[in-house]
Design a protein around this ligand. Structure first.
Ligand code: MSP
Length: 658
C-alpha cells in the first residue's frame, strides 16, 4: 500500500556559475532520497530542481558575456539540465524562475501577504552586497560583506517591506512543535538562538534592478530574488496536490532563508509549511570551501568520465558513493582525487565488485550458470534481516554514511563466510560426498542472495552499478521499482539463469586516472568559461581584474629591487591553508625568510631548488608570527591560483632584474 506522496526539492541554482561537485552533492543527495522513498513505498515521489535566474549578478554577468539576461540564463539553465541528466539525476521538474507560470505564483503570494496585512511601504537605506544579493544588516558604509568579503554599497530604496518581525514567536513555536522541521540538530540550535535575538522586517521589492519579476504595485518594482526564488518550490508543482514539500534539501549557507523567511512568507499567506529543511555541510577541496577565487573548484563531469571509463553514469556512481561514504551527512568534508580512488578501490573494486564477480563466476562454473536451490545459511539470513533494518533506519535519518557502513559490514561477513566454506574445495569433494554438494549449494545460494540484497540496499546510492549487478544475477524485475518488502531473505529464485558476467567496478590505477581527470578538468573549465561568456586570458571587469595602474618613471621602477632567488626550504604554515614558509637564497650570507600565499598552488617539495623572483627591498612584515623579509613574485588569472614568475634560461642567484 502506498505511504502517500513525497515531494522533495534541491535548491534552485544560480545561473552565474556552472555545476560543480558542491552543487552536484546536494542534487545527488535528493536523488538518493527519492530512490529510497520510492523503495519504502511512497507514491508518487517527486523531485524538483531548477535555476535561480533573476537579480543583479545575472544581469551583470549577461552584460559581460554580451547577451541578454534571458539568453544568458537559458544557456546556463540548459547546462544544468544537461549535466544532471549525464550524471543520472532522476528529477521530475526543472523550474526556471523566468518561467511565466512562476511569475503568477509569486504575485499571488505577494497579494496574499498584502491582503493579510504583512506588507507595507517604507524607505530603506542600508549596506548591500550585490554579489550575495543581500543587505548586510549590521554593516556601516565601507564595511565588507561578512560572507564574501567584497565591499558593500550604500543603497537607499523606497520599497515594499514584509513584516518578518511579526513571525518571531510563531517561528520559535514551529521549531519547538516540529523538532524535525530543521535538521540536523546543530543547525536547529543555531537557528533558534539567531531567531531569539529578534527579527527585523525585510524589504522584498527592489527598484534598482531590472531583471526580476515585476511586482503588482505602482512604480518600477521587481521582487527581491529570495522572495522570488523560494516560491519556485511551489510553482514547480502548481496545479498538483503535492504541496507542501516533504523536504527541502539545501546547503547550510542558505538555511536562514529557508527556515525563517520561507515559513514566515507561507504563514503570512496561510499556506501549509514544508515538513523539513535539511542543511548539508560543504564539500571542501584542500580543506577550503570551493570558490573561483581560491581556484579549487572541482567539476563532476571529468570524474564521472574517468571513474566510469567513458560511461558517465557508472562513474557518477563512484563519486556519489565516495561523498556519502566519506562525509557524514550534515557535516563538512574534504574531496580529493586520491581519496576518491582509494575508497573506490578498497570498497567497490576489492569489496562489492569482487564479491559479485567471484560469486557469479562460481555459479557459472559449478552450477552451469543457474542459481542453486537452498534456503541459504541461517546466520547470514539473520544478519541480512538486521542489515535491511539498519539501512532503512539510517537512510530514513539521512545518515547515509552509517547506512553504507552497515552494508560494508555485511559484505565483509559474506567474504569471510565464502573463505571459511571454501567452495573451491567443496566442488572437488561433491562427486563422492553428497553433503559437500548440499554445502556448496547453500554457500553459493547464500552469496547470490546476499548480492541481490546488496543491490537493493545500495540502489539509491549507486543506481547504475547496482542495476548492472542485478542484471548479471539474472533478475527479470526492474530494480528501480523494487519495494522494501522484497528486501527479505530467500526471494532469489532457485534455478534462475545468471546473465553475462562483467566486472562492474574494475580496479583503477590512481596515477594515470588522476592525471586524466586533471587534464579533462582543464578542458571542462574552458568549456564552462565559454558558456559563461568568460575569457580567462582576456581580463574583463567581471573578473575583478584592475585597469592598468598609473604610469611611473624609470626612477620609480628603479626603487624596486627584484632579485633572483633559489628556494632552499619550504614548509606549510600551521593553521593557514594558503601560506608557505620559505627560505630563499638571494646571494646574501643567510637565506631570507619569506612567507608566501602560494600553498594552494604549490606543494612545499615542488619548490626546493626552484629559481624565483623576490622583491628584496620590501619592508619586512609579520605574518602568523613569522617575519617575512620580502615577497615572491607571482601572477594569477581571474582570481585563480598564483603562478610563480621564473626564468627560461639559467641565471645566478642574487642577479638583479632590470
Ligand atoms: N539560488 C540560491 C538558492 C535558492 S533556493 C530557493 C543559491 N544557489 S547556489 O547555486 O549558490 O547554491 C545552491 C546550493 O549549492 C546551496 O545549497 C549551496 O549550499 C550548495 N553548494 C554550493 N557550494 C557547495 C559546496 N562546496 N558544498 C556543498 N554544497 C554547496 O544559493
Amino acid at each position: 500500500m502506498s505511504k502517500g506522496k513525497y515531494y522533495l526539492t534541491t535548491p534552485i541554482y544560480y545561473v552565474n556559475a556552472a555545476p560543480h561537485i558542491g552543487t552536484a552533492y546536494c542534487t545527488f543527495s535528493t536523488d538518493l532520497i527519492k530512490r529510497h522513498k520510492k523503495q519504502q513505498g511512497y507514491h508518487p515521489v517527486v523531485l524538483t530542481t531548477g535555476s535561480d535566474e533573476h537579480g543583479q549578478k545575472v544581469e551583470r554577468a549577461a552584460k559581460a558575456a554580451g547577451k541578454t539576461p534571458e539568453e544568458y540564463a537559458t544557456t546556463i539553465a540548459n547546462e544544468f539540465v544537461r549535466q544532471w541528466q549525464t550524471l543520472g539525476i532522476s528529477y521530475d521538474h526543472f523550474i526556471r524562475t523566468s518561467d511565466p507560470k512562476h511569475f503568477a505564483v509569486v504575485r499571488d503570494l505577494f497579494e496574499r501577504c498584502e491582503k493579510n496585512g504583512y506588507i507595507y511601504t517604507g524607505s530603506y537605506t542600508g549596506q548591500y552586497c550585490f554579489f550575495d544579493e543581500l543587505y548586510v544588516i549590521e554593516a556601516k558604509p565601507g564595511d565588507p560583506c561578512p560572507d564574501c568579503g567584497r565591499p558593500t554599497e550604500t543603497v537607499t530604496e523606497e520599497n515594499y517591506f514584509f513584516k518578518l518581525s511579526a513571525f518571531q514567536e510563531k517561528l520559535l513555536d514551529l521549531y519547538e512543535r516540529e523538532p524535525k522541521f530543521v535538521q540536523p540538530d546543530t543547525r536547529r540550535n543555531e537557528l533558534i538562538a539567531f531567531v531569539k535575538q529578534g527579527l527585523k522586517d525585510i524589504s522584498i521589492t527592489r527598484t534598482t534592478i531590472d531583471w526580476g519579476i515585476p511586482a503588482p504595485v505602482p512604480g518600477k518594482h521587481v521582487f527581491y530574488v529570495w522572495f522570488d526564488a523560494l516560491i519556485s518550490y511551489m510553482s514547480a508543482v502548481q496545479g498538483t496536490d503535492l504541496w507542501p514539500a516533504d523536504l527541502h534539501l539545501i546547503g547550510k549557507d542558505i538555511l536562514r532563508f529557508h527556515a525563517i523567511y520561507w515559513p514566515a512568507f507561507l504563514m503570512a499567506c496561510e499556506l501549509p509549511l514544508p515538513k523539513c529543511v535539511f542543511a548539508t555541510g560543504w564539500i571542501l577541496v584542500q580543506e577550503s570551501k570551493m570558490s573561483k577565487s581560491r581556484g579549487n573548484v572541482v567539476r563532476p563531469g571529468p570524474i564521472a568520465e574517468v571513474m566510469g571509463a567513458g560511461d558517465e553514469l557508472t562513474g557518477s556512481d563512484a563519486l556519489r558513493y565516495f561523498l556519502w561514504r566519506e562525509i557524514p551527512f550534515g557535516q563538512d568534508g574534504n574531496f580529493s582525487y586520491d581519496a576518491l580512488i582509494d575508497r573506490y578501490n578498497a570498497d567497490l573494486a576489492n569489496g562489492i565488485g569482487n564479491l559479485a564477480s567471484r560469486t557469479l563466476t562460481m555459479i557459472h562454473q559449478y552450477f552451469e550458470g543457474k542459481v542453486p536451490a537452498s534456503a541459504g545459511d541461517p546466520d547470514i539470513a539473520a544478519s541480512a534481516v538486521r542489515t535491511t533494518d539498519l539501512v532503512n533506519d539510517h537512510f530514513e535519518d539521512f545518515d547515509f554514511t552509517r547506512g553504507i557502513e552497515a552494508v560494508l559490514a555485511f559484505v565483509s561477513q559474506i567474504d569471510k563466510f565464502i573463505v571459511d566454506r571454501a567452495p573451491w574445495k567443496l566442488v572437488k569433494a561433491r562427486a563422492t560426498d553428497s553433503e559437500a554438494e548440499g554445502t556448496l549449494s547453500e554457500t553459493l545460494y547464500t552469496a547470490a542472495e546476499s548480492l541481490r540484497l546488496i543491490c537493493g540496499w545500495l540502489y539509491p546510492v549507486m543506481p547504475t552499478s547496482m542495476v548492472k549487478i542485478w542484471t548479471q544475477l539474472g533478475m527479470d524485475t526492474a530494480l528501480d521499482s523494487l519495494l522494501v518488502d522484497a528486501l527479505v531473505w530467500g526471494k532469489l529464485p532457485a534455478g534462475q539463469a545468471i546473465g553475462k558476467i562483467q566486472a562492474v567496478f574494475p580496479r583503477i590505477d590512481a596515477k594515470p586516472a588522476i592525471q586524466k581527470m586533471q587534464e579533462l578538468e582543464v578542458i571542462e573549465i574552458e568549456r564552462q568559461n565559454a558558456l559563461l561568456g568568460k575569457k580567462p586570458d582576456l581580463p574583463s571587469d567581471d573578473k575583478g581584474s584592475k585597469p592598468l595602474s598609473e604610469l611611473i618613471s624609470i626612477d620609480d621602477f628603479g626603487k624596486i629591487d627584484l632579485r633572483v632567488g633559489e628556494v632552499k626550504s619550504a614548509e606549510r604554515v600551521k593553521g593557514a591553508d594558503k601560506l608557505l614558509h620559505l627560505t630563499v637564497d638571494i646571494g646574501e650570507q643567510e637565506p631570507r625568510t619569506i612567507v608566501a600565499g602560494i600553498a594552494l598552488a604549490y606543494k612545499p617539495e615542488q619548490l626546493i631548488g626552484r629559481k624565483v623572483v623576490i622583491v628584496a627591498n620590501l619592508q619586512p612584515r609579520k605574518l602568523r608570527g613569522l617575519t617575512s623579509q620580502g615577497m615572491i613574485v607571482a601572477a594569477s588569472v581571474d582570481g585563480g591560483l598564483p603562478v610563480l614568475a621564473g626564468f627560461g634560461e639559467d641565471i645566478p642567484v642574487g642577479a638583479r632584474l632590470k
